[in-house]
Ligand binder design. Sequence first.
Ligand SMILES: [Zn+2]
Length: 356
Amino acid sequence: MNSRSVLSQILRRYHQPTPTSAPRRLIDLFSSVRGFSSLPRVRPAVRPSSTAVSPLHGQCYGTTARRNSVLRWYHDPRKVAAATAITLSATAMAACSRYDREIVPCTNRSHRVVYFHQEERDLGDADFAVNKARFVILDPSDPRSIRACLVTERIVHAAHRGLGLYDSNDAPMLRVTRKWGAAAAPQPHASHLRALNWEVFVAENGTPEAVTAPSGKIMVSTGLLDHFSDEELAGVLAHEVGHVIARHRADISGCYPVFLERIMSRRMEIEADYIGILLLGAAGFHPQWALVQLAKGEKFRRLSVLEKFLSYHPKTEKRLQLLSQAKTMNEALELYREVTAMDKVIDRYFPYHVKV
Ligand SMILES: [Zn+2]
């Protein structure tokens, strides 16, 4: 046996796939995934036979169909993103499952609250103090402060009566929105309103806006008072009080990832709109003022397309459409007619009485 045949024997015994086949196979694999379809598809110079075995995974890769069969869901970036989102949400919900479940008055939505009442009020007060420090606050004896206080008083009184805090047998807002039979219906949670100390501050600020803390502190801007009538102001305040009634500051949604939090925040705005329009009717203001103030507020905001997309508020058109639904309007009008019935009797029989 000459040296040439010995060499060919050794080569046959220790033959391995060419070292270039593994990286080429990886490029082929990634280029077949949708997200990497723009990568150049490199084919091996010598196509391996259909029975060749990958030195990396020990799997057949001889044909395209067989190559695709080794793809898994985690090779698709969109599936990975979806799985991550679901896992994060499930983890957040599991972590928060130890918190109390409450029923939101009027909407009867069941939600978990992540703060105790005092915790929620303290956190809200801290945020409110930072916001308040940015402006000069008008004196309580200023006519604009008095006007804001009088309108707020009507809304808060309507909330307490409407939710049965004065008399549990007289809760018109719960009555008109009750979905199930009285015996089977879960009791909405409104008792937290008893502990609140409602306060109104008027800030020197030309932009029409209002903010509320869960403790009952409300700040309205001079811009809001200058441009909005009493009825429109009542619409804004009713929406803000709606947030406090529903305990949105303590809602579990704060635990969600940012993109889910934005979706939940928009739902909470719609919920505050709904409670707000009922409050408006219960306070003796025609429910149509809720729509008027929303449309007017949109004129002052002037958000860009990107700002609207990133906003934690839903589109005004959608809010107007939801508020003008027949069911919502009828419920608010029922409350409005009840509370203004006595006014109409007085107007009919005592036309010259002095209104205070
Ligand atoms: Zn709001």
